[in-house]
Design a protein around this ligand. Structure first.
Ligand code: NAD
Length: 271
């Protein structure tokens, strides 16, 4: 029987592999036979085939890291991200524009059957309401022009984090057709509250009470390993017909909200 879940013989890139969901993903994919190349600003704590120090807000650093890894690349896991406590333009650069630059740089190195998965967030769930602004940013040609667009549209970018996640969701949907012609799949996941180093930053911005009261239909936060399992599935052959999808990995939050089982309006973030 073929191992559709496995990564033997596959060269993969994991961003944000030094912590949280990226670290859990790098560990899991390595255990499943993948050759893991980690990209992060800080060194990884777990053994990987290669660690490339790169700041995703810097396109030259991204290009150098990808050149050092070389081809082929069979799977890309875009896990790195900045929390909403960072300045909005920096959040946009790292969470979306750098993710896009890396993805567009790596895609030509991917043979047919490869896949890309990205971490968005439930924070991006209102992407349909912001589609015109998201589309304008997605239409920018590169990081510099994307950055200029963000600087000129503070009302759309707002605090940065939610808009960056909307952009990831729509970017994966928009790129699925062209990438499918090259035999490459692309998807995103939208986790709910997950126990990582980022959690205190959400509490700082939205308030501890808001995060404590945030609806959790399954009764607890996610672990980073639970999110890693879904990312590993999406980039495996087990998901060979899944592309252009955003998967809500939020323990039932969005499903409950969309069916009127949660009254989110009663909850107000501190800011
Ligand atoms: N924790 C949550 O509740 C939650 C919920 C939904 C989505 N997310 C998203 O999940 C992803 C993973 O976050 P996490 O919760 O594991 O947080 P984390 O802070 O544990 O990990 C983030 C990683 O990204 C790296 N990183 C940050 N800036 C970088 C840069 N400029 N260049 C390269 N690497 C950089 C960090 O060094 C770190 O290793 C992020 O995109 C985050 O927005 C988190």
């Amino acid at each position: 029987m073929s191992d559709v879940w496995g990564y033997p013989g596959r060269r993969v890139i994991v961003t944000g592999a030094a912590s949280g969901m990226g670290e859990a993903t790098a560990r899991l994919v390595g255990e499943r036979g993948g050759e893991v190349h980690a990209i992060d600003v800080v060194p990884t704590r777990i053994p990987v085939t290669g660690y490339l120090q790169a700041d995703l807000s810097d396109p030259a650093a991204i290009d150098a890291a990808v050149a050092a890894i070389g081809q082929p690349v069979h799977a890309l896991f875009n896990c790195a991200g900045l929390p909403p406590t960072a300045p909005p333009l920096q959040v946009m650069l790292v969470n979306f524009l750098g993710l896009r630059h890396l993805t567009e740089t790596v895609a030509p190195l991917m043979p047919r059957g490869s896949a890309i998965s990205c971490i968005a967030s439930v924070a991006g769930m209102l992407w349909q309401q912001s589609l015109p602004a998201v589309t304008e940013l997605l239409d920018t040609a590169d990081m510099a022009r994307g950055h200029a667009w963000c600087a000129a549209h503070p009302e759309a970018v707002n605090e940065g984090y939610s808009f960056s996640k909307m952009c990831i969701i729509v970017y994966c949907m928009r790129r699925c057709q062209d990438l499918a012609r090259a035999g490459i799949r692309i998807n995103s996941i939208s986790p709910g509250p997950t126990d990582t180093a980022m959690m205190p930053h959400f509490e700082q911005v939205a308030g501890k009470q808001f995060m404590d009261d945030f609806p959790r239909p399954v009764g607890r936060n996610s672990t980073p390993e639970e999110q890693a399992e879904v990312l590993a599935f999406l980039n495996s052959d087990a998901a060979s017909y899944v592309t252009g999808t955003n998967l809500y990995t939020d323990g039932g939050f969005t499903g409950s909200l969309h069916t009127g089982q949660l009254d989110f309006s009663a909850l107000t973030p501190a800011r």
